[in-house]
Design a protein around this ligand. Sequence first.
Ligand SMILES: [Zn+2]
Length: 300
Amino acid sequence: MSALSEFSCESCGSLVQVEAHLRTATCPYCASPAVIERPLSGGRPQPTFVLAFVLPHEAALDAARRWVRRAWFAKEAFRKAKVEALRGIYVPAYLFSAAAHADYSAQIGENYQETYTTTDSKGRTVTRTRTKTEWHTLSGRYAAYVSDVVVTASRGIQNHELEGVEPFDLRALHRYSPRLLSGWIAEEASMAAAECRQLAIDEAMAEVHQRIAKILPGDKQRGLQVSARLEDIDQELLLVPVWVLPVRWGEEQEQVVRVLVNGQSGAVFGKPPRSWVKIIALVVVILGLIIGGWLLAQHL
Ligand SMILES: [Zn+2]
């Protein structure tokens, strides 16, 4: 592996390591030119695991291009933007697991049929049935192991963006070795471990809540309250393979939309700039069709 240098981005706060020959004048995350070269900082946590790139550059570029061109409700200038500065980055993330112990309570509804008599529009007495729900309270305990929670440790990529291209196939984990990163850009864990831990705890708690909601009996459920605690927490630094494309567009190329492509599965995530003109035009067309259809029906 050739000499490494480190760049920090003034604009998004990412901390990127590149080999000397991959040196870059713009930030691979946000395309900002405000990158500053500095000596390797050291002292940051070493990754434990790496997930290798599977999807080649060409395939990732194709996926990103298709995604940009097919963003039908995006502004035209965005759909015509150049799609080329795609870079593969090993993005730092934490792999989090814990044993969850939860107490929960919820209202469980059981449906039953009730027969009743009423009078119809002609004044006759008729018998009808209706569905009613009987509610009772259920409380219980739930214990399970929550693993495979992945959260960002990168200042360059936010957690909801990473979630947008998850899941990663964790069966392909390798033990970290600097050799695996040769020829690639890698970011150091630029977020504090404690901050990432809170993100992971929030995700794990949401997962426990969802799992309990799924196992509740009855025809209906409401008011699920979960109080959970996590034990045996394990948090390992992991590098995940992501193709990152900051799409510059607009009159002065001043706007940036970041498109991510999962380096294993090819899943794409980004937020295209919405064109309200197009959305309103579509709504008008649909209303026109509905009104036209209604008028036509009146004359048949
Ligand atoms: Zn940046």
